[in-house]
Design a protein around this ligand. Structure first.
Ligand code: XUL
Ligand code: CO
Length: 441
């Protein structure tokens, strides 16, 4: 081991757990759950930016981790990052990775230089990952860091900036296809506004749709067969971001006829920033047929921003995995840990613990969700709760065969209906979920 002080992490049952030892206690990759291995069900991915690039700087302090991995000149540093990424992924047994263009190659003086860097370093990365059997889950373009994007990229007031963003997306798509990625993400951190006093909202949103349409057209032309994703987030860094939440994005995709090519990449901490639960966002995607991929992380109840913590809440992970199962599992998507260790966790090896924590949380969540599905009590409760829609007047309404006049007559004839209203039994159902979590082995 060159960059990390650990052998490959393996499964050891919780009963054999030893203090201080690094092991999975829930993630047992070859264990079959609902007909598939845990590895196939969970499709865990490493986020290149948090894991191999960001050095734990925050608004008030510099980085505390050195991620040059022994390199000195920029090209060498990025090659070493690729080697370190493969080593790390072997240590925590991850099959997939995700990146922004700027995570894997540094920006040059001109766009042509930048593209050359990206060509050279993506070739290198592709070679390293192929040798280690690692796959690209999705790629994306960083359209938020460079000052040129301070007013937006696809929604910039300047057509020149828009053109620059399009050039970047074109190249990022090419690299994604070259490295065999089955997903391409748009996350619009700067696509929104600070004040409507200086903003043409209608034009900005139309332009965003234009960028997405061009990306689809070009992507399909160069052989991209995977899914395009939008990752909703309501705010941060921009005060108001257009891709506010799943429902808003679905309306946008429908308006601009993009639903055929786009799905959603739902991030837990973005859901809570939008005032929703993680499950709400996943369910909204699922029932609208656009469930795609997941950025797994966790916010902090006491902090109002995107803290991107490694998930440790088994309850939330259970409800998430319940949605994934209901959606039929992942196809092109997977579970990307868009998560970072806290600044005080100041050793690179702490990242190993971060991934073990996140992977075990979701593995436990998968087991509990599978128990909920197999047990069937929650599904049966819901079916029963809506049973009046399967016969009589309910069926007639569903069939589109009832009129207002008829319903009025029916209600007059029926008299008081309060006696038909039954308890939602929320506390009982919450207890069932807890029991399923505790029953897991
Ligand atoms: C930012 C965020 C991004 C996207 C990819 O909050 O989640 O890292 O996942 O651009
Ligand atoms: Co994300």
């Amino acid at each position: 081991m060159k960059y990390f002080n650990s052998e490959k992490i393996t499964y050891k049952s919780i009963d054999e757990r030893r203090q201080g030892e690094r092991a999975f206690h829930w993630y047992d990759p070859d264990r079959i759950v609902l007909g598939k291995t845990m590895r196939e069900q969970l499709k865990f991915a490493a986020s290149y930016w948090h894991t191999f690039v960001a050095e734990s700087a925050d608004m008030f302090g510099t980085g505390v981790l050195n991620k040059s991995f022994g390199g000195t000149d920029p090209i060498e540093i990025y090659k070493n990052k690729a080697d370190a990424a493969a080593e790390f992924m072997n240590v925590v047994d991850l099959d997939y990775y995700c990146f922004h263009d700027r995570d894997i190659a540094p920006e040059g003086k001109t766009l042509a230089d930048t593209n050359r860097n990206l060509d050279e370093l993506s070739d290198y990365l592709g070679g390293v990952m192929a040798k280690n059997g690692k796959k690209l889950l999705w790629g994306t373009a960083n359209l938020f860091n460079n000052p040129r994007y301070m007013h937006g990229a696809g929604t910039a007031p300047s057509a020149d900036v828009f053109a620059f963003a399009a050039a970047q997306v074109k190249k990022a798509l090419e690299v994604t296809v070259k490295l065999g990625g089955n997903g391409y993400v748009f996350w619009g951190g700067r696509e929104g506004y600070e004040t409507l006093l200086n903003t043409d909202m209608a034009l900005e949103q139309e332009n965003m749709a234009r960028l997405l349409s061009m990306a689809v057209e070009y992507g399909r032309k160069i052989g991209f067969k995977g899914d395009f994703y939008i990752e909703p987030k309501p705010k941060e860094p921009t005060k108001h971001q257009y891709d506010f939440d799943a429902a808003t994005v679905i309306g946008f995709l429908r308006k601009y006829d993009l639903l055929k090519d786009f799905k959603l990449n739902i991030e837990a901490n973005h859901a809570t920033l939008a005032g929703h639960t993680f499950r709400h966002e996943l369910a909204t995607a699922r029932v609208n047929g656009v469930f795609g991929s997941i950025d797994a992380n966790q916010g902090d109840m006491l902090l109002g921003w995107d803290t991107d913590e490694f998930p440790f809440d088994v309850y939330e992970a259970t409800l998430c995995m319940l949605e994934v199962i209901k959606a039929g599992g992942f196809t092109n998507g997977g579970l990307n840990f868009d998560a970072k260790i806290r600044r005080g966790s100041c050793s690179l090896d702490d990242m190993i613990d971060g991934y073990i924590l996140g992977m075990d949380t979701f593995a436990h969540g998968l087991l509990a969700a599978a128990k909920i599905v197999e047990d069937g009590e929650l599904d049966a409760f819901i079916s029963d709760r809506y049973a009046s829609w399967n016969t009589g007047i309910g069926k007639k309404i569903r069939d589109g065969a009832a009129t207002m006049e008829e319903l009025s007559e029916y209600a007059l004839m029926r008299g008081d209906v309060l006696s038909t209203v039954r308890s939602g039994r929320q506390e009982y159902l919450e207890h069932v979920v807890n029991d399923k979590i505790y029953e897991c082995k």
